[in-house]
Write a protein that binds this ligand. Sequence first.
Ligand SMILES: [Zn+2]
Ligand SMILES: [Zn+2]
Length: 211
Amino acid sequence: MVFKQVEVGNFSVFCYLIGDEETKEALFIDPADDTDDLISEAKSKGLNKIKYIINTHSHVDHIMGNAEMVKKTGAKIIIHEEDAKYLTRTPSDLLMMFRATPSPPADILVKEGDLIQVGKVSLKVIHTPGHSPGGMSLHMDGLVFTGDSLFVGSVGRTDFPGSSWEVLETSIREKLYVLPGDTMILPGHHYGPTPTSTIQYEKRHNPFVRG
Ligand SMILES: [Zn+2]
Ligand SMILES: [Zn+2]
């Protein structure tokens, strides 16, 4: 498996490249900006088939690279079914504020338990709503991509339309904190003192949700 964490754009978003050397297939989680650099990174690792764009959720800071990435690679957009309708409805004031290009509609809608595959690498969808209704995390052996649900030393905001603190706290406790303690957390933003963390560390030290 090929795996790389890349900070993109001006909003501290972490994009993830995940690929399979054998089939040369790859996907990006939240390729929000710097799409040429991301594609070069994939090519430098021999990955020339960008199969999917996975959006952890529909917020503008995560989806604003979709249109360019689709144009350059033909990748299919994947999002949780409960965030799908918001993907193409980014308010115009937010598009202006983020200097963002609207996203094309999603090609594939997923839900809890679905598997997303590139070659032999497979990611399992964990629905972690609260920051947004269709927020999702993606789990594979030893790694969990948590989007804006859980950060290093923090959690996602719940003051947006469709957000709920109670729902987010339940998602973190019942869907993420139940994973093995040494599972590495790969968050959707570089907000913490370190770029990654572990489930065990956040359960003990996260000031918002202790496990
Ligand atoms: Zn968000
Ligand atoms: Zn975000």
